[in-house]
Design a protein around this ligand. Structure first.
Ligand code: BG6
Length: 509
């Protein structure tokens, strides 16, 4: 049962609906994600009346917290990381729907206690048995948590019970396949929401609109006009206080296999027949099936890892990754990865896609840069030594927008050209800040819309592509072979060569 709301901020890919009353149970609720992202997003949606009044959140974690302590902890999170409380009365009403249920991920009795508690809440909060179970625990606990939920019969109702699984989904292809099997034993695919917060970003969804709601770009979107594509997700932060997780993940599992590859899929996929979840996910799967690392015989020519060493950023000395708290001083965990993908299909044959992501880079920036081919014959002089080919940049974050570089005539009697830019900005055009990705994704999950979540076959195919590099890197534990880059600089030299070998350069943004 859903009601249609008209929300001027969200005239989007579909009309906005109001989800049914439900309980969102978060496993790992004492962690950062709940305090910084999930609860601030739920609170903001409640304030915006995008959620029903009965909405209820139950946090599960090992610590012995009370409901009151949990509420206060979340309130601080909304103040510090969200849009603030805005109204004490509204917060008080919301806080009455926040509960904490201590439990151990591997103890059956914790699930039985939780199940009974959720049953009581159904009575007092009128949540009608609707459940979202959100796994925000360390990835190695996913199988245990899912099996226990299954054993406690908490995922048996495919209509009312949903499971959200954070990334990374598996550590490699085999473990992702195993995890999918565990999931399939206890629930159906239509109950499973493999979350990748990049898919919740407005700018990522706008890729579909940009490509398929405009007639003029799609004819150029292929090997006849495009020279290559660069997808960059650069961060200025280091490992922060997440060494425990990051040491076993690294940049490939943390970012490239999910956020960058999903972005890649939406850039390269064919037009879907419709906007329904499976049409879109099938097109993403097809492009993944046609993709491989560009040179499987010479992996170092198409896949490079790196790790930040000490350096200076904004006048401050920054420790190297191996000097960070909780990091092994001989760690070979990559904090940077770059890969070149080749797509073996009609549209993209011969067009390289370069993907890179790293921590402690000079700038926080996420973008997709489509570099067009050069003009076949130059008749004009350029102010620069070389005239620049057109570049279309889809800026995902932080300056959300789109820009197109083109050559323009410089004023004066000579026919000289200079590169100029046409720009579109979300902020200036729509006058609103893009919302946080988690609100959109949580709402979709509550509504049962899987479009922005990764299907089991997609996630496995994404692992298949990166496995040759991952296996090679995992078997080389020599701390002296991983290329280093100074904190506050762009990639290691080896990654520059990835493009230089083809006469191209990474964008300096
Ligand atoms: C998370 C990663 O998924 O994405 C983090 O685990 C990373 O390591 C973050 O910092 C980046 O997200 P965003 O939205 O800030 O680009």
């Amino acid at each position: 049962m859903t009601a249609i709301l008209t929300n001027p901020l969200r005239v989007g890919l579909r009309q906005e609906k109001l989800p049914e009353p439900q309980i969102i149970t978060i496993f790992g609720a004492s962690g950062d994600l709940t305090q910084r992202k999930l609860v601030p997003a739920i609170y903001q949606m409640k304030l915006d009346r995008r959620l029903p009044p009965e909405i209820t959140v139950v946090g599960v974690a090992r610590r012995d917290w009370s409901h009151e302590f949990f509420r206060e902890h979340l309130k601080q999170g909304v103040i510090e990381f969200g849009n603030g409380i805005q109204s004490e009365a509204a917060w008080e009403e919301f806080a009455q729907g926040l509960f904490y249920c201590p439990g151990d991920i591997d103890k059956p009795e914790s699930y039985l206690r939780l199940k009974a508690f959720l049953g009581e809440l159904d009575e007092s909060r009128k949540t009608l048995g609707n459940r979202v179970f959100y796994l925000s625990v360390a990835p190695n606990f996913f199988p245990e948590a899912i099996e226990q939920l299954g054993a406690a019969d908490m995922l048996a109702d495919a209509q009312k019970q949903r499971l959200v699984i954070e990334k990374p989904f598996g550590r490699d292809l085999t473990s992702a396949q195993n995890l999918n099997q565990v999931v399939q034993k206890v629930c159906r695919e239509n109950q499973v929401y493999r979350i990748d917060h990049y898919l919740g970003k407005e700018t990522i969804q706008n890729l579909l609109v940009f490509r398929f709601a405009n007639a003029i770009f799609e004819p150029l979107w292929n090997r006849n006009y495009i020279d290559h594509v660069q997808i960059t997700v650069a961060e200025t932060v280091g490992v922060e206080d997440r060494a425990g997780y990051y040491e076993s993940a690294g940049a490939l599992r943390d970012m490239l296999q999910n956020h960058l590859m999903q972005t890649f899929c939406l850039t390269a996929m064919e037009p879907p027949n419709s906007l329904d979840a499976d049409s879109i996910r099938t097109e993403k799967l097809k492009v993944l099936q046609a993709t491989r690392l560009a040179d499987l015989q010479n992996l170092e020519r198409c896949a490079v890892r790196g790790q930040y060493s000490s350096g200076w950023m904004k006048g401050k000395e920054i420790p190297g990754y191996r000097q960070e708290t909780g990091v092994d001083p001989n760690s070979t965990t990559p904090t940077y990865v770059a890969m070149q993908f080749a797509i073996d299909n009609w549209r993209w044959k011969g067009v390289p896609f370069y993907l890179r992501t790293g921590k402690r880079m000079p700038k926080k920036v996420s973008e997709i840069a489509i570099q067009f081919k050069e003009v076949p014959w130059r008749i004009f002089q350029s102010a620069a030594k070389q005239a620049n080919p057109n570049v279309l940049v889809l800026q995902i974050h932080p300056d959300e927008g789109i820009s197109l570089q083109f050559e323009a005539k410089m004023p004066g009697p000579d026919l000289r050209t200079r590169t100029e830019t046409m720009e579109f900005g979300y902020d200036s055009s729509f006058g609103v800040k893009s919302s946080d990705a988690y609100d959109r994704l949580l709402l979709d999950c509550m509504l049962g819309d899987q479009t922005l979540f990764t299907r089991s076959d997609e996630v496995e195919e994404a692992w298949r592509i990166v496995m040759p590099a991952l296996s090679a890197w995992e078997s080389d534990r020599n701390p002296n072979t991983i290329p280093l880059y100074e904190a506050g600089t762009w990639e290691p030299i080896e990654a520059e060569l990835l493009l230089n070998q083809h006469g191209r350069r990474w964008r300096r943004i």
